[in-house]
Write a protein that binds this ligand. Sequence first.
Ligand SMILES: Nc1ncnc2c1ncn2[C@@H]1O[C@H](COP(=O)(O)OP(=O)(O)OP(=O)(O)O)[C@@H](O)[C@H]1O
Length: 249
Amino acid sequence: MNLPTSAPAASSMLEVQQLVQRYGARTALNGLSLSLPAGQFVALLGPNGAGKSTLFQVLTGLFSASGGEVSVAGHSLRHVATKALACIGVVFQQMSLDLDLSVRRNLQFHADLHGLPRKLAATRIADGCAALGTAADLDRPVRELSGGNRRKVELVRALLHRPQVILMDEPTVGLDPKSRRDLLAAVRADVAERGSTVLWATHLVEEAEAADRVLVLHKGQLLADGTPTGVAQTLGGERLEEAFIRATT
Ligand SMILES: Nc1ncnc2c1ncn2[C@@H]1O[C@H](COP(=O)(O)OP(=O)(O)OP(=O)(O)O)[C@@H](O)[C@H]1O
């Protein structure tokens, strides 16, 4: 049997078609479709409860959606989940490092899960932490790190297996302005260097304004899709913030 595992379009790294997710009577994703090409930094802008985390949970295989299809770098999440998930790097909203292990051990564990050869993993861990300015923390337990540095380690981890698609679920919550800027710059650098595709969920309009493209999610559906300026116009405002607030309240 031929399974539908090929990419719908050669340039589409993340393809979501008619995604539906229900929790009992509540519909969190209501026929959501989107298509993201390589080399794009995309903000998923939505207010609390819009469905951002639900989308990320489906995209990362935490549960199967009630309906619809997802493919990552041409691999169907439904039919070849292992291949699809291998193309994704993720930073979840909640910190997910082992606090008692060192940064190096946390990262090595992830590299092992992805089957990276030890030598290659060691190089990427050292290079990644150096690039993010956390090399001095490599042998410290994560518990001793600041929130900003924990986030940076999570980004290094997400990039270790060099995924084509990077999912960031409200990654700057609780970070100070410098840590936020560093994290954003590091992700931007990966897009520029490797042509990765980033989906960055946020409810902060200023983060969306820095993106190549903005998807506005509200009640599980896309209200607008375009450049920050284009989206503001679509939503009937001059500035994105006013337009976003008006459209989602
Ligand atoms: N496990 C669950 N059981 C029932 N309802 C849920 C569950 N998870 C989410 N929901 C509901 O689904 C909708 C979407 O929630 P979701 O957490 O995906 O939104 P979000 O955009 O990530 O919000 P936030 O910015 O607050 O994290 C909300 O109405 C929420 O109450």
